[in-house]
Design a protein around this ligand. Sequence first.
Ligand code: RIB
Ligand code: CA
Length: 319
Amino acid sequence: MENRRNIIMDGDPGIDDAVALALAAAHPEAFKLLAFTTVTGNQTIEKVTENARRLVEFYGLDIPVAKGSVIPILRKIETASDIHGSNGMGNVVIPEAVRPLASDNAVLFLYEMIRDLPEGEKVTLVPTGPLTNIALLFRVFPEVKERVEEIVLMGGAAFGGNVTSTGEFNIYEDPEAAAIVFESGLPIVMCGLDATNLCGIDRETAGRLAGEKGSICKAVGEMVQFYLNGPAYSDKPYASIHDAVTYMYLLHPEIFQTRKMPVSVDCSEGMNRGMTVCDTRKWSYQEEPTTTVLLDADSEKFQEYLVDAVYELDRRLAK
Ligand code: RIB
Ligand code: CA
């Protein structure tokens, strides 16, 4: 499988982070998952790290987990217990992990893993939480940027927000970190709310998954049902699985509409804190922008491919 992409996931599981990892784990032909590093976001660092350790084993992945930033660079911690539950996984309990934590310093861990990649190889970073770890990595070890192929992140929006009318959670939580990442000069794919709000699992499908005998289908179904019954989706036909759009874009870019444009982050304290300002004025920049923004998605195809992947992972692990 020579054309597999080296992947390091950095996230805050988190229901949609958990489902995103299942999608990635179901596609070993496309992704060589190297590690999972955790960051405070949906829940505290202790909870998201415990969840990450359990998830990698639950999905049959033999990869290290490293604990990352406890607090955003400047801002206060604001978790999302109401959306993701007190344990961060919709209060769904999966088996405890056996493998110990690989490191309690994700920034150093990321540096050493990227530095030690086989010669000529690069890594794709897939952040699905606040960008604190990635920003600190680039500040402490700027030389690793040469080994980063691209960053495919869930965050931001060309229009709108969820925490506020213009702030999306991952950027809003740590806008300074996001600014550092968007100013890194690296190729970035921004999987923002313009596309991720259209990408989800509907009530009927969540119910079907929750009723399955397979442990992964059942866990995913129950987590999504928690989402659907919570404040964010109780009045909607489906729950957005925001973070899974990262891997779905890498697998099926054809189901998304994209546009390259410069993106900068509002780091003010005001009403637009964490806004990703997407510059659509083609005349305003000479060089080709390095950021690709997802602007639309095929909701049906997204759900079809994602649910197929969850069933496939269950089938494979049941063997
Ligand atoms: O705004 C959605 C994002 O915030 C997702 O990554 C979700 O897991 C939360 O972290
Ligand atoms: Ca997340």
